[in-house]
Design a protein around this ligand. Structure first.
Ligand SMILES: *[C@@H]1O[C@H](CO)[C@@H](O)[C@H](O)[C@H]1NC(C)=O
Ligand SMILES: *[C@@H]1O[C@H](CO)[C@@H](O)[C@H](O)[C@H]1NC(C)=O
Ligand SMILES: *[C@@H]1O[C@H](CO)[C@@H](O)[C@H](O)[C@H]1NC(C)=O
Ligand SMILES: *[C@@H]1O[C@H](CO)[C@@H](O)[C@H](O)[C@H]1NC(C)=O
Ligand SMILES: *[C@@H]1O[C@H](CO)[C@@H](O)[C@H](O)[C@H]1NC(C)=O
Ligand SMILES: *[C@@H]1O[C@H](CO)[C@@H](O)[C@H](O)[C@H]1NC(C)=O
Ligand SMILES: *[C@@H]1O[C@H](CO)[C@@H](O)[C@H](O)[C@H]1NC(C)=O
Length: 230
């Protein structure tokens, strides 16, 4: 049996494995596996290949009595306008935990993702980008406020704190973070570097753009969107 610690009871207990400088805190560590790579230490540097698809397994030591949760993956380091801004890589709701013994999360069908998974693709030779994965209890009747709808598509300039505030998500149940760097030593499968970007990036030394929603999204790839990112 698992000894359940619920979100309310955990408020204020910060183990907070969010990336340094991340705008919101979390209460517990998620256990996240990317491809076959189980993240041991928060902030571990993963390969581009390991992060080509959304995590293969996520387990959480805490859960919500509401029964549904939200997962959000955010890059903190996207160069824009002479600074670094957030980029939303993934937002999915209606996540469940079928077995509290294994603590393994069951994800919603990816066709229902609020923002389909996009693989990390930092600019070539840029610093390692920091990606934080957050789990929130899903409020009943959760919806995305109108003013965030276009950001679900454009992704860049995402504001985690404002979104959390606007939707009443509260303190994250759990989190984990990783780093990914584009050293040029790895090629990215299915990269679409020649695709036309929808926005002109600034401060880019060079970029490999990528369109990579979750594997089984197949043809639904958001081709116009990507091209030049993070
Ligand atoms: C994390 O998950 C992996 C894969 O299921 C498992 O092997 C490992 O024991 C878990 N680690 C912890 C600390 O629970
Ligand atoms: C969660 O699932 C329910 C039932 O399918 C659906 O009505 C609702 O829109 C979903 N919520 C989100 C945020 O996707
Ligand atoms: C959720 O929506 C249902 C149906 O519209 C409503 O009866 C219920 O009060 C809502 N719950 C919350 C917490 O807003
Ligand atoms: C960059 O600056 C332009 C012009 O001020 C602004 O319209 C745009 O929203 C900014 N982009 C980001 C991601 O902050
Ligand atoms: C949070 O929401 C309140 C009320 O809606 C607003 O006054 C405040 O500025 C918001 N804070 C952030 C960081 O968005
Ligand atoms: C990339 O490959 C070169 C040549 O094999 C090697 O010297 C360098 O250390 C590698 N860089 C990284 C970050 O792995
Ligand atoms: C690349 O695309 C092929 C064909 O669509 C697909 O089978 C494969 O899983 C993709 N690989 C990656 C790493 O995205």
């Amino acid at each position: 049996m698992v000894n359940w610690a619920f979100c309310a009871a955990l408020a204020g207990v910060a183990s907070a494995t969010v990336a340094p400088g991340f705008p919101v805190q979390a209460n517990a560590d998620l256990n996240v596996t990317w491809a076959n790579n189980n993240v041991n230490a928060p902030g571990e540097l993963l390969s581009l290949a390991d992060t080509a698809f959304a995590p293969s397994q996520i387990s959480a030591p805490v859960w919500t009595p509401g029964g549904h949760a939200i997962l959000m993956l955010v890059d903190l380091d996207v160069p824009r306008n002479s600074t670094r801004v957030q980029f939303l890589h993934w937002l999915t709701a209606n996540v469940t935990m079928p077995s509290t013994d294994t603590q393994t999360l069951k994800l919603e069908n990816p066709s229902k993702d609020l923002a389909p998974y996009l693989r990390p693709a930092p600019p070539l030779h840029d610093i390692p980008h920091k990606y934080t994965l957050l789990l929130f209890a899903q409020p009943e009747n959760f919806t995305v406020p109108a003013r965030f709808k276009s950001l679900l598509k454009s992704r860049v300039g995402w504001d985690t704190a404002a979104f959390v505030n606007a939707t009443g998500l509260g303190s994250a149940l759990g989190a984990d973070w990783i780093r990914v760097q584009n050293t040029g030593n790895e090629t990215m499968a299915n990269a679409t570097a020649s695709a036309t970007p929808t926005a002109t990036p600034t401060n880019y030394a060079g970029v490999a753009g990528v369109t990579e929603p979750r594997a089984w999204m197949g043809a639904l790839v958001v081709a116009g969107l990507i091209a030049v990112f993070l």
